[in-house]
Design a binder for this molecule. Sequence first.
Ligand SMILES: Nc1ncnc2c1ncn2[C@@H]1O[C@H](COP(=O)(O)OP(=O)(O)OP(=O)(O)O)[C@@H](O)[C@H]1O
Ligand SMILES: [Mg+2]
Length: 392
Amino acid sequence: MPSRIFRDKNKLSPRYVPERLPHREKQIENLFSIYGDALEDIEGFLLKVTQVVGDVGTGKTCTVLRFGRIMEEEATKRGINLQHIYINGRLEGTSRFTLYQKILTLAAPAISARSLSPEEMLFHLLRYLNSEGKYLLISFDEIDYFCKRSKEHIVYDLTRLNEVDPTSPCNIIGVIFIARDLSYHSLLEPSELSTLGRGIIEFPRYNSEQIKDILADRVELAFNPGVIDEDVLEFISDVTVRPPINGDVRVALDILLYSGNLAENLGSDMVLPDHVRRVYGEMYPRITSSDVEGLDQHEKALLLGFARTLMASKSPYASLREIIEAYRVTCEEYNIRARGDVEEIIQNLADKGIIEILSLRKIGLLNAPAKNLEIFLDAIMERLRGDLHEGG
Ligand SMILES: Nc1ncnc2c1ncn2[C@@H]1O[C@H](COP(=O)(O)OP(=O)(O)OP(=O)(O)O)[C@@H](O)[C@H]1O
Ligand SMILES: [Mg+2]
C-alpha cells in the first residue's frame, strides 16, 4: 500500500546527498576557485591541500561529496579522467596500511597491496595514475578524530604526495581534510603543519531560516504534497537551531523522519506539531511528570489552557494573548482566582524549561506533546479541584 505520508523516505537518509545544497553555494565556489584550474590545465596543476572546518551537521561531508561529483563531471566533459576518492578517518581504521589499501582499492584495483608497505603503496599508486593518465582528488573526512586515535602521520604523507616520486608529475590534484575544528593541529608535527598550510574553508552553523530552506527541499523529495505545513517546518527549524541540537541538520532530518513515521502509525494524513513535539520529547526528555506535579496551581492552569489552545489550533505556537485568554478560561473552570501578572507565570515556566518564548506571538511547548499534557494536566486539575472542594 502506498504511504499516505511519504513519497520516498530514503531522501531523508544521512547517506543521501542532494544535488542542491542550499546555503553552501559559497563553500562550493571556494572549493572551485581552488581546484577549478585543474580542469583547464590538468598537467600543469600542482597538488593543493585544503581544510574544511565546521561544527557537527553543518554540511561538510555532503558538500565535499557534492563538490567531488561536480569535479568528476566537469572533468569528463573535458576528456579528463578524474576520480574523487572519499576516505573517512573514523570508519576506515587507524593504520596507514588499511587507509592506503582503501585508496588503492578505490583508485587502482589492479594493484595488489598485500605485500607492500604503506610508502610503497603510495609510490605504486602514483606510478599507476601516471601510466593510466588518471587523476585523483582525495577527501579525508574526520581527520581530527583520526589524529586523536592514531599516531600515524597521515597528514605528512598526504600533503607530500608530490614528493613521493620526484621523477614524474603527481597526478593527485588535491587533498581535502575535513574536521570539526582545528584543535587537531596540536597533535601534528611542525613538518605536517607547514605542508597542511592555511587554506581553510569554514562552514558556519546554519541559522533557523537556512535550516528551514534545507528541510523544505527535502520535504519536497521525501513527503507527499501537502503533508507538512510550513509552520511545522518552521517549528523543527527553530528547535534545531537551539541547544541541545545547535543547528545539526542531521538531527533535523531525523526529527522529520520520525515525525512522519509517527503520523503514519497514528493514521494521520499530515505531520502535525504534536507529532514533532512527541518525537523531540522522546529524543531529548527534559520535563517529567514530577516536574509538572511540582508546579503551583496557576502554572498548571496556564499550562492546561496552553495545551488546549495548541490542540485546538494545530499550530506549534500560541501568542501571549491567546495564552492569557486560555489561562483565564481555565481558571474559571476550576474556580481559581486568575492572577493579573500572567507574563510572570509564563516566564517562570520558560525558566523551568517547560515552555519556550520565541516572541510575544510565538510561544511554544517543547518537551511534551500537547495532547498528553492536556490529559495529564486535566487529571491533576481534577484532583486539585477535589482537594479544593474537600478543603472548602
Ligand atoms: N546545505 C544543505 N543542504 C541539504 N542538506 C544538507 C545541507 N547541509 C547538511 N545537509 C544534510 O544534513 C546531514 C548532515 O550533513 P553532513 O553529514 O554533511 O554534516 P557534517 O558537517 O559532515 O557533520 P559531522 O561533523 O557530524 O560529520 C546530511 O544528511 C546532509 O545531507
Ligand atoms: Mg561529516
